[in-house]
Design a protein around this ligand. Sequence first.
Ligand SMILES: [Zn+2]
Length: 260
Amino acid sequence: MEAQGLVRLSSRVWLREVELDSYGVRGAVVAGSEAAAVFDSLSHPRDMAVVARLLAGRRVIVVYSHADWDHVWGTAGLPGARVVAHEAAARRFAADVPRTLARTRAAEPGRWEGVVLTPPDETFRERLRLDLGGVTLELSHLPGHTPDSIVGFVPEEGLLLAGDTVETPLPCLAEDGPLEAWIAALERWEGDARVRRVVPAHGPCGGPEIIGQTLGYLRALRDGCPPLLPEALTDFYAATHRDNLRIAAARRADGQCSGR
Ligand SMILES: [Zn+2]
């Protein structure tokens, strides 16, 4: 199986990368002998056209890393796929997901007409193991970026699909995402010797060291200390950083750097 528009990572893993207006987004395909999992359908059904060609005739399971628009709007490009996500993601399909689509369609008429919101068919709370035939995708809840965020681990490949839980130069905090639980979960993955390759949805891929970079940033925010950052941030990341500082400051009682 070969295809243009996909980056081949191994004999059974491909990456799909798409540029949006101010940042890029990345999904992944993990193909076994029985089924193929598509980790995020990205922002438009056309983002999935190359994936649909790659997986023609195969059983397809779409997994949502979380229900933010740039990860779930492309599912109509994979007709017949079963959709799996965290149970909190399913609730978002009755709340902010349709609101975001309506707002975006109003702001950019014509651009998003092909998008069909596709809620999950199956949900889980802590963990779900998908046996794809010779290769496994182990899903685990990792709240923080959003309450419904998950990661996918492929033990046969030493591959962690991190969604938006790991991001360089910096991740995006949600107003209602738990920061301590996010840090604790990433610390477990950073210390997991099985993880050799980390693929986030935004920013560069790498090894466990990119988990460490996100951890350093999150700990600094938690402790009220200035995070280490590259000198030149894009407008998008500069704005995200300002929002993160505001959210983190509102959560700390004393507002002082505790130096932890
Ligand atoms: Zn995202």
